[in-house]
Design a protein around this ligand. Structure first.
Ligand SMILES: O=C(O)C(=O)Cc1ccccc1
Length: 288
């Protein structure tokens, strides 16, 4: 069985991956996202799962940076999964001092860095005086809370982490929007066997030539006149020189088609550097 590295255990990554890949893979949990990437880069695992983007927060920049700068692992699949955030901790033994806010006593909230933006309204209303402390995963926050037995320290994480670490669920679904979706990427040196999908995507990185006015316009028009749909374009610093950017572009379509390779050739002809991060099936959540 192929081995898949995930941030875990008991994380949103694990929930989302089990839903999409099922039991035909062996899951190996790592505490840090750098370890998740390195596991596959070093050959310890065949594939890695990376949370890459969220409805409310946008791209997880740290993870995009790793994918682009630190490893050479092609994207093999993507899927979108709904994320329900839960408040997890020990209830206060004291009666609440503020009838309108049962969490007034909370001093510290532990979770993954992408979580506060997804629970902004709840946190503003109930946890305004609490300090947020970033930990390596939502499950790590719940684990730490389980070791403290202190009602003033809570975590935001998965229902399964609450069960597995034996820390009570205080409040379910505290995310701002019911449709809080996260996009996950599966990366690895070899393409795994997956269910076929009618939706294919290609992700490329484009670096523009410095002395070519209107280069971005030319890049976009190479796609536009061929009626190739782009689902995302984001500029990111090259990290080599201040003010130098590359573009991270998600394209709807497959490299097998004639149109896409010819668009890429046209972009290269004006002096752009193009790196293909992957051409892969895209799966959307069907609610089951
Ligand atoms: O920490 C986790 O549970 C993760 O898998 C990362 C994450 C955090 C929040 C939303 C989606 C993924």
């Amino acid at each position: 069985m192929k081995r898949v590295a995930i941030l875990g255990p008991s994380t949103f990554s694990e929930e989302a991956t089990r839903h999409f890949l099922g039991d035909s893979f062996t899951y190996v949990s790592y505490k840090l996202i750098s370890e998740v990437f390195n596991a596959t880069a070093s050959g310890e695992t065949d594939l890695s799962v990376i949370p890459i983007e969220n409805t409310l927060e946008g791209s997880v920049h740290l993870h995009v940076d790793w994918l682009v700068h630190e490893v050479d692992l092609p994207i093999r699949a993507e899927w979108v999964f709904p994320i329900d955030m839960n408040l997890i901790g020990y209830p206060s033994p004291e009666p609440a001092t503020d009838a309108a806010n049962p969490y007034r006593h909370v001093r510290k909230v532990l979770s993954h860095q992408v979580v506060p933006a997804q629970c902004n309204q709840f946190m503003k209303r109930y946890l305004r005086d609490a300090e947020f402390e970033q930990v390596s995963s939502t499950a790590e926050g719940v684990r730490i809370v389980s070791t403290l037995n202190d009602p003033t320290v809570v975590a935001i994480g998965t229902a399964i982490a609450s069960t597995n670490y034996g820390v009570p669920m205080l409040e379910r679904e505290i995310q701002d929007h019911k449709d809080n979706m996260t996009r996950f990427l599966l990366v690895g040196k070899e393409a795994p066997e997956l269910a076929s999908s009618t939706d294919m995507k290609t992700t490329i990185l484009v670096t523009l030539p410095e002395d070519y006015p209107g280069a971005l316009h030319q890049v976009l028009s190479a796609f536009a006149w061929r009626r190739i749909n782009l689902s995302k374009i984001e500029s990111k610093p090259t990290k080599k020189k201040l003010g130098n950017y590359y573009f991270y572009i998600d394209i709807v379509g497959n490299m097998d088609s004639v149109l896409l390779p010819s668009a890429i050739q046209e972009i290269e002809a004006i002096g752009c550097q193009v790196r293909i991060l992957g051409c892969y099936p895209s799966y959307s959540y069907n609610g089951s």
